[in-house]
Design a protein around this ligand. Sequence first.
Ligand code: FES
Length: 121
Amino acid sequence: MVDTDNFTKVAEVGDIPEGEGEGYDVNGIEIAVFNTGDDYYAISNRCSHQRAPLCKAGDEKINAEDTWTGERGGLNAEACTVSCPWHLWEWDLETGEHEASGQRIGTFDCVVDGDDILVRI
Ligand code: FES
């Protein structure tokens, strides 16, 4: 039994496909929750480089010339990292660290309680 005091429900199991992430607003704080297949991780949804939304990592998108680009960035479940969709900075999902720059963004405790995915802000 998980002690869920001070946790907020953001999603239900099945809402976040394995290998992907979704963005949520919890009391005005933007977070991204990633599903590695083994576990869920909550991290700031804003890359500290130029504030790209990390939840878009791995998505296809339309570029400025209105043409589809391939996937950019994405979750690396084995390394437990996500690379930013804009300039590919790689963030550690457990520590929030970008090793090359030494910068760090917020990470949050994330638990599954029954069918609910909860985070502690
Ligand atoms: S905005 Fe994330 S790497 Fe540039």
